[in-house]
Structure formats: structure tokens, C-alpha cells
Ligand binder design. Structure first.
Ligand code: PEP
Ligand code: MG
Length: 879
């Protein structure tokens, strides 16, 4: 058996690591009996050998020669034959699909000696065009000639002929262009080998080399793909979609990649090669149009049958490239189709209903982060907008930002925090980094399967393509759409759901989860062990969180309630009060505000726990700093400005994050915690009278010693009793604490004696474990990340070794004392999939995150359970 190559007909299609995704699929399709042009694969092992040793594997070229001979026999054509030459394609293909990131060479095998024969077989114009394409691709990819040489030569030829595109060139013009290309190469001693087998060999090596192209490396870095695995090279007989009017080429998805709707979805170009579709140089027409074209009517039927077969075989939606040569259909490639998040969800649900996959697999297929993009804003349809152009709705969602037409400019603006809409004639692989940082993408050309469309759907960015009224003027740095001209830096909006391009004010409305997303999330709930709560501070947020599936509130930051109308001035009065009377009046007013807020929140969370944290931030945060505001407050309090300024100054701390905040505040000013506990009790009683199942929990922040918690517990219990005792209602209000200081984790066993629950405040716990300010880390974090000192931002993804170990230690110590104690995380990490997986692994009961992260957390918790099932009863909402 050959060592470095595998034939399509006998390779093991399950060995993707060796064959690459493309090669494995071609082998799989060949073995399914589909019409695949014959070919073979030079394996990734050969690529690794070349890259590691810088030499060619022994016997590789002999094996390649023998395999070519086998193709020659199947196609009844010979490589280098002057009468009936065989042409080959040499394509890249790694184990993980990296669309458009590596190189491919087509038409390998044309030489001055075979050109005439090719012309006799397929027409002179065709031969001249194929030759010109080979020189261009081989020159660029194998010989490393800059693309501009060819582009400039082509522009010259277009000018000279006055024709709009090279597709209109006659044979003479094409040959002339090819000669120009050849002489450009020759000027730099770059020669296309006259021996077709040498062409094949050099093409294989160039494909291997493209594994290390800048864009391929960037793509792998963004997608977390391994660096070492290498690419395979697939060598296959060429079939020609640009042979005549009975030929063509297309791409078909077995389901709609934007919406997931069932039914074939694709595009077709008559008399064209595959790269014409992908590069977006000609805008193809929808496959559905074929039904109205008598010569093509059977094609959709054939494609449907093949699509069904492939979808069933691979148990997923397929993206199939095909070519028709002189009426004969050839399948060139199939792969699991890239899709928008919405389509991924719908397809997973539909395939489950069809019995192709099960619920666990459906849940596994949705990346947690992706589901959040379903909550990306759409256009608020209630409001009129100024539509200046239309294109194809290539990737759903609406976006607005400033226009950038240059990728470097787009990246620069995005790095500065500006929202950018990237506007291009069309996009190519090297535009990927700019697309990834833009809000949305608008192109003048390219269909629903163009690079721009495929990439945008993959990364969840809204896109409108083929906006034919769009022209880009790089010299003036403007774009024109119809009659409207806009400058780079001007605002623009796109609606990738409808294809509209819009100027002027637009309102983006949050999208709701549709029935498919709700189904997937319901299925996720069947598997997960972690409960998911939300961090919410208002009745409105609580309702939103409930709608997204939050099973309670894990953190209600009460300080956020003090910034509303009339409240800020009341708390300012409280802080600055000079007499008990003033203080009591302010507290009474606040108690009323708080009671009303809590009633709203308890109503939204009927039947679910609501964890309310007593006041946490330093009081200085509530006081004015600007002279005008200080003067206004002085007037209201009837004191002179100087005096007030001194009193405000007295609250200033050099390090407020480590200062008079959290439980320390309540120890020094017990009135605030008392007022809050009374409000919670009053609100709970009012709700019980309404028949609501209230489950309040009061949480004390920033505790480090047991005495703080035991005293605070007493204050809270007393305040609650002062309300409950005279109400005649029986109610349980659980009291717990946040663990957000290392000392609290170390002393968790003692703290557990006074806590019904623990909530790990991983924001502060990270801050204090690293000794790194949450508010100032942006100055050095980017350097730490780019230098690889931190793998990830510890404020986003939990530091498992350090902070994580403190949490694990605390869990063990607490459970040893109080086995039934419930514990969760309420820092930002509660919405981060990697951190959620850790929380699951260490046996926490719940995570709590911002409302929009709730669907992400539900899925991430299910993924964690599916990857690492643990034997414990599923939590109920009441945990
Ligand atoms: C925390 O510290 O993790 C936390 C949730 O509290 P805050 O972010 O309000 O300090
Ligand atoms: Mg905190």
C-alpha cells in the first residue's frame, strides 16, 4: 500500500486527520457511489514530513505518478497528451475546514504542447482561457508572483479592448493576455514547467506551503485550530463548467444557511468555473430559477436526491459544490455547511424531529456563544427608515456603524472602539481580520454563497451582498449608493435580514428567541445540572431574564436602584445628614422606594429565588463631584458650598475598592441594612398576599471575618422580624454571604455556620486574588494577553488554578460544616462558557449572569453536563 497517498476509492473516509476534510469527503462520496471525478489525496502526514524536514518524503513522487496513471485510465485521457490531455486540480484541505484560507491550483497539466490538443477537444477559446487561468494561478500560488502583476495586466487588456470583463475576450485577446502574463513572469525568471508532472509536484508543495500563509495562521488563531496538523493536497481530474452552454457550476446547501429553512438553496452560473461563484466576480442566479429553464429542469431533481443522500450520510446540512460538464453532473465537494446561529438552531431541531440526530447531539451542535447572536438587535420595524439601496440578505441581523472601505482602516477604527461597517466591492480571505472586528459587512458584488456571505454567517455578523447600486471611490474616500454619496467615517446601517442599506437614524430592537431557539434551550435544560440565574436589579430586567429562562436572580445589586428619580437626592441626604431626624426621614423614603422595586422583582420571579445584596459600593460614589452639581446640592440642603465640599471630601478614600464598602458599610451605618431588610420583608409579605410564591434571600457582600457575618445576620434577622412578626404571615428569608475575598474562602467553614448560602463574587475575588484593580487593568491587560502571560482575561474567564482553587477549597470547607449549603457564582464568569464548565465540574449549584447571557449559560451548562455527567439529582428551580 502507498505510504503517502490514498485513492478516493479506497481511503478510509473516517480518517479526516490524515486525508483532510475535503479529501475524506471526496473519498466518502466516491464510496457512496456519487459521480465524483476520480482522484487521490496526498496526506497530511506528507505535509508534516515536508514541513518538519524541509525534504520530500521518499517515494512520494513515484506514488503520485502511479496514482495519476490510475486517473488517466478512468478518464481515458493522459496528462501531457498532445491530443486529449488530462487536466488536474490540486487543492488544499485540512482536517478542519478553513474556507478560502489556503491555496488551490486548477488546470494543472496545460503546457505549450498540450494546449493545441485541448483546443481541438474543447475549443480554442476555452483552451486559451484555461491556459491564462493556469499561468495566473500557478504564477501566484506556486511561483509567488504578486497578484497585482496579473491584475494590472488584465486592467491594461480591458482598457485596450474596451470590454467590461475578461469573460468577453475572444481567443486572440486571451492568448495575448496569457503571453503578457508569461513575459511578466519571465522578466523575473519565473517559469511554468513544461513537464505537466513537474507542475503537479510543485503545486502539491505550494499547497503544503499555504498552510503557513499569514491568513491561514490568523484564521487558526481566531478559531483555536491546531498549528501542527498540516493540510492534505487533493489531486483530481478537472471537469469543466465553462466548457459550453450545457455546462455550468454551482453551490447548493441542503437547507437555507441563513434561516435553516428546509429545501435546496443555492446558486448557479452557466458556462463558468467554481471560482467565479466563490469569488463573487459574477453574481449567480438562484438554483430555484432552473425549474423555469427547460435545458436545466432535471438538475434540481438530481441535486435534491444527492443532497438527501449526503445529508443523511453525514447527519448534517451539506454545502455541495458541483459542476455540470456538457450536461453531465459531477459532485466536486461536500462539507457540513456554514450557517448562521439561527439556521444552526433550526437545523438541529429539524434533524432531531426527523430522527437523524438525538436531542443531546442537537444541543451539542449549538455553540453557547452563538446563541447570543440570536439576541443581536434587529431593526425596530415600527419606525420608518431611509433606505438608499438594496442587496441580498446574506447574513441576518441589523448593524450600524461608520463606513470603512479599507481593511486596515476598519481594523484601526474598531481597535479604537468605533463601530464599523466594512464596505467593499467584494471580500477575499485576507479581509477576514477586518470582517471579524466590523459590526456588519456590505459588498457590491457576490451572491449568497460568496466569501463575504459565508464568512459573515459563520462569525455571526450581519451582511448585505450584491448591492449593485454601490460603487466605491477609493481616491475620494467615498461610496455612492444610487444617488447618495457618503464619506468614509459617515454613519451607515444595514439590515442583513432584508438586504436593506440605510442612512439616517435607526433604532435597533432586541430580537426575541424564536420557537426553535426555545426548543434547543428546553432540551439543554434536560441535561444540565447547574441552575442558571440572572443578575438583575429592576422589575424590567427581571422580566427579561425570566423570558430568557433565568431560574431566579442570583444577584440584585441594590445600589443600582438608588440612581433613579428622587432616589439619588434621598441617598445623598442620608449620607450627608447631620441629625438623626434627617437620617430617619431619608431612610423611610428609601424604604418605600425599595419596597416597590422588590415587589416588582418578586412578581417577575414568582416561584424562584431572588438574592438581594445589601448596599455594597463606597458612599462617595453617590455624591456629586462637579462644581455645578455640588452647588445645586448645597442649595437643596441649605448649606454653603464650601462646607458641602468639605463634607464630600471627608468621604473620599485613596483606595475605595478596599475601603468603606460592603459589609463594613453596614457595620458602621447599620441603618441602611436594616432599612433594606425591612423593605424586602414588606415586599415579600405584599406579594404573599397577592398569591405569589416569593423566595427572598438577603446577601451580605465583602465579608472576610465571621464576626462581620454573625453580627450582620443578627441585624437583618431583627429587621425582618420587626415586619414579619406583626404581619401574621409566615415567611422564610434566607441569609447568606458573598465570598469575594481570599480570606473569606479560607474561612469558609466558619462562615458557613452563619450562612444559608454562598455566592462567589468572582469579580472581586479575581481582583483581590491577583491584587489587580478591575477598573485599571485595561492599561496592561492587552500586553499581558498579547505576550501570552495570561492566556485569557481573568476578569472574563475564571482563573481556574488560582481563583478556582480558592473556590474549591471554600466549597469543601463549607460543605464539611453544612452539607446542604447552596453555592453559586455571580461574577461576570457566570456567563462565560469555559468558566461555567469549571463551575459544573467543581459541584457548584448555580451560576448567575446578565440577562442576555442566560441562554448562553443554559447551553454551556448543558454542554458541561454532556461532556462530564455527574451523578446528582437535577436541580429544581427552588434549589
Ligand atoms: C463580584 O464581585 O463578583 C460581584 C458580583 O460583585 P460586584 O461586581 O458588584 O462587585
Ligand atoms: Mg463584588
Amino acid at each position: 500500500m502507498a505510504r503517502w497517498i490514498r485513492h478516493f476509492s479506497d481511503a478510509d473516509p473516517s480518517d479526516r486527520a490524515l486525508l483532510g476534510n475535503k479529501g475524506a469527503n471526496l473519498a466518502g462520496m466516491t464510496q457512496l457511489g456519487l459521480p465524483v471525478p476520480p482522484g487521490f489525496i496526498v496526506t497530511t502526514a506528507a505535509c508534516r514530513y515536508v514541513q518538519q524536514t524541509g525534504t520530500i518524503p521518499p517515494d512520494l513522487w513515484t506514488e503520485v505518478d502511479e496514482a495519476i496513471t490510475a486517473i488517466e485510465a478512468r478518464m481515458a485521457r493522459r496528462l501531457g497528451d498532445t491530443d486529449n490531455p488530462l487536466l488536474l486540480s490540486v487543492r488544499s484541505g485540512a482536517a478542519e475546514s478553513m474556507p478560502g484560507m489556503m491555496d488551490t491550483i486548477l488546470n494543472v497539466g496545460i503546457t505549450p504542447a498540450t494546449r493545441a490538443g485541448l483546443g481541438r477537444q474543447l475549443g480554442d477559446r476555452f483552451a486559451a482561457d484555461a491556459w491564462r487561468r493556469l499561468i495566473q494561478m500557478y504564477g501566484k500560488v506556486v511561483l509567488g508572483a504578486p497578484a497585482e502583476w496579473f491584475e494590472n495586466a488584465l486592467s491594461g487588456a480591458l482598457l485596450a479592448t474596451g470590454l467590461p470583463s475578461e469573460h468577453e475576450f475572444d481567443t486572440a485577446s486571451l492568448l495575448h493576455l496569457a503571453e503578457r502574463f508569461e513575459s511578466l513572469l519571465a522578466e523575473h525568471d519565473l517559469i511554468i514547467p513544461a513537464d505537466p508532472r513537474e507542475q503537479v509536484r510543485q503545486s502539491i508543495l505550494a499547497v503544503f506551503k499555504s498552510w503557513n500563509s499569514e491568513r491561514a495562521i490568523a484564521f487558526r488563531a481566531t478559531h483555536g485550530l491546531p498549528e501542527q496538523s498540516g493540510t492534505a493536497a487533493t489531486i483530481q481530474a478537472m471537469v469543466f463548467g465553462n466548457r459550453n452552454e450545457q455546462s455550468g457550476t454551482g453551490v447548493v446547501f441542503t437547507r437555507h444557511p441563513g434561516t435553516g429553512d428546509p429545501g435546496l438553496f443555492g446558486e448557479f452560473l452557466i458556462n463558468a468555473q467554481g471560482e467565479d461563484v466563490v469569488a463573487g466576480t459574477r453574481t449567480p442566479f438562484p438554483i430555484s430559477n432552473l425549474q423555469d429553464m427547460p435545458a436545466w429542469q432535471t438538475l434540481p431533481v438530481q441535486l435534491q436526491a444527492i443532497g438527501d443522500q449526503l445529508e443523511l450520510h453525514y447527519a448534517d446540512m451539506q454545502d455541495i459544490e458541483f459542476t455540470v460538464e456538457d450536461g453531465r453532473l459531477w459532485i466536486l465537494q461536500t462539507r457540513n455547511g456554514k450557517r448562521s446561529a439561527a439556521a444552526a438552531v433550526r437545523i438541529a431541531v429539524d434533524l432531531t424531529h426527523a430522527g437523524v440526530i438525538d436531542r443531546a447531539e442537537a444541543v451539542r451542535r449549538i455553540q453557547p456563544e452563538k446563541i447570543e447572536s440570536l439576541l443581536h438587535p434587529g431593526l425596530d420595524d415600527g419606525r420608518p427608515v431611509n433606505v438608499i439601496g438594496n442587496g441580498l440578505p446574506a447574513s441576518p441581523g441589523a448593524a450600524r456603524g461608520v463606513i470603512a472601505i479599507d481593511t486596515a482602516d476598519a481594523r484601526k477604527r474598531a481597535a479604537e472602539g468605533t463601530r464599523v461597517i466594512l464596505v467593499r466591492a467584494e471580500t477575499a480571505a485576507e479581509d477576514y481580520p477586518a470582517m471579524a472586528v466590523s459590526e456588519g459587512i456590505l459588498t457590491a458584488r457576490g451572491g449568497m454563497t460568496s466569501h463575504a456571505a459565508v464568512v459573515a454567517r459563520g462569525i455571526g455578523k450581519p451582511a448585505v451582498t450584491a448591492c449593485s447600486d454601490l460603487t466605491i471611490n477609493t481616491r475620494n474616500q467615498t461610496i455612492t449608493i444610487g444617488t447618495v454619496t457618503l464619506a468614509v467615517g459617515d454613519e451607515l446601517a444595514i439590515d442583513g435580514g432584508s438586504g436593506r442599506v440605510i442612512t439616517g437614524p435607526v433604532t435597533l430592537a432586541p430580537a426575541e428567541l424564536d420557537a426553535y431557539a426555545r426548543t434547543i434551550l428546553d432540551w439543554a435544560d434536560e441535561f444540565r445540572h447547574l441552575a442558571v440565574r440572572a443578575n438583575a436589579d429592576s422589575p424590567e430586567d427581571a422580566r427579561g431574564a425570566r423570558a430568557l429562562g433565568a431560574e431566579g436572580i442570583g444577584l440584585c445589586r441594590t445600589e443600582h436602584m438608588f440612581f433613579g428619580d428622587g432616589r439619588l437626592s434621598t441617598i445623598q441626604t442620608l449620607i450627608l445628614a447631620e441629625t438623626d431626624d434627617e437620617r430617619d426621614q431619608a431612610l423611610a423614603r428609601l424604604e418605600q422606594f425599595q419596597t416597590d422595586d422588590f415587589i416588582g422583582i418578586f412578581r417577575a420571579m414568582d416561584g424562584f429565588p431572588v438574592t438581594i445584596r445589601t448596599l455594597d459600593p463606597p458612599l462617595h460614589e453617590f455624591l456629586p463631584h462637579r462644581p455645578a452639581n455640588i452647588a445645586a446640592l448645597a442649595k437643596r440642603l441649605n448649606v454653603d458650598t464650601e462646607t458641602l465640599r468639605d463634607r464630600i471630601e471627608a468621604h473620599r478614600e485613596s483606595n475605595p475598592m478596599l475601603g468603606l464598602r460592603g459589609v463594613r458599610l453596614s457595620i458602621v451605618h447599620p441603618g441602611i441594612a436594616t432599612m433594606q431588610a425591612r423593605s424586602i420583608a414588606r415586599a415579600a409579605i405584599a406579594c404573599i398576599h397577592e398569591g405569589i410564591d416569593v423566595r427572598p434571600e438577603i446577601m451580605v457582600p465583602l465579608v472576610s471575618v465571621t464576626e462581620e457575618l454573625s453580627r450582620q445576620r443578627e441585624v437583618i434577622e431583627k429587621a425582618v422580624a420587626s415586619i414579619v412578626d406583626k404581619s401574621g404571615v409566615s415567611i422564610t428569608i434566607r441569609i447568606g454571604t458573598m465570598l469575594e475575598l481570599p480570606r473569606a474562602c479560607l474561612r469558609a467553614g466558619r462562615l458557613a455556620e452563619y450562612a444559608d448560602f454562598f455566592s462567589f463574587g468572582t469579580n472581586d475575588l479575581t481582583q483581590t486574588t491577583f491584587g489587580m484593580s478591575r477598573d485599571d487593568s485595561a492599561r496592561y491587560l492587552p500586553t499581558y494577553l498579547s505576550e501570552g502571560i495570561y492566556r485569557t482575561d481573568p476578569f472574563q474567564t475564571l482563573d481556574q488554578q488560582g481563583v478556582g482553587e480558592l473556590i474549591q477549597m471554600a466549597i469543601e470547607r463549607a460543605r464539611a460544616v453544612r452539607p446542604e449549603i447552596s453555592m453559586g457564582v455571580c461574577g461576570e464568569h457566570g456567563g462565560d462558557p469555559e468558566s461555567i464548565s469549571f463551575c459544573h465540574g467543581i459541584g457548584l449549584d448555580y451560576v448567575s449572569c446578565s440577562p442576555f447571557r442566560v441562554p448562553v449559560a443554559r447551553l454551556a451548562a448543558a454542554h458541561a453536563s454532556l461532556a462530564n455527567p455527574i451523578e446528582q439529582p437535577l436541580l429544581t428551580a427552588a434549589d
